[in-house]
Design a protein around this ligand. Sequence first.
Ligand SMILES: Cc1cc2nc3c(=O)[nH]c(=O)nc-3n(C[C@H](O)[C@H](O)[C@H](O)COP(=O)(O)O)c2cc1C
Length: 198
Amino acid sequence: MSDPPSIATDPFVQFAEWLKLATQSDLPEPTAMAVATADAGGVPNVRMLLLKGVDERGFVFYTNLASPKAAELTVNPHAALCFYWDRIKRQVRVSGPVVRVTDTEADAYFATRPRLSQIGAWASHQSQPMTDRFELERNCASEALRFGLAAVPRPPSWSGYRVVPDTMEFWQEKPFRLHERVRFTRTGGTWAAQRIFP
Ligand SMILES: Cc1cc2nc3c(=O)[nH]c(=O)nc-3n(C[C@H](O)[C@H](O)[C@H](O)COP(=O)(O)O)c2cc1C
């Protein structure tokens, strides 16, 4: 990131630039991000998810709608994301309200997944207790049998969420912990950039 006059005024442009750098830097999972949610009482929860889409509308991930994170997003539709790309020594934090993607968008993404992942989405009751590994394998086998050679539709309990950012922060490592940080804040449709101390 360069000095204030040349910082991208659009944080999505900045994010795209950094994600591209991360993708080119031979990281195994450049789209992996920590996703924090909180329950109705404000108790936080965090887990890694994969970013499956980003544009001016926000950051999209897909998951099970009966999972704890989905329950948290129902009562408290806000999330915070954190990307860290160690090879390029950069972190991006994002936070804002969360909305569900449309069924059409979820269907389109689900259709691109490998067939075994599609079957897995039907077979896995994410985060529910499981007797043993065989229970999952049995569920997969019976779902595979049920669909036969037919296309696997998106399960009703599987869809995506879009985090609509109202803040985005870019952090870049510098020597002696004098890191660079720029925080973008959105008011209406306008983003303002502010440099902050490391
Ligand atoms: C690198 C990585 C990527 C992951 N990507 C996803 C994902 O895209 N969607 C998902 O539902 N779970 C994903 N998981 C699993 C989640 O971390 C988590 O275990 C699961 O979603 C259940 O979370 P919950 O109990 O908080 O709802 C991923 C895990 C790792 C380590």
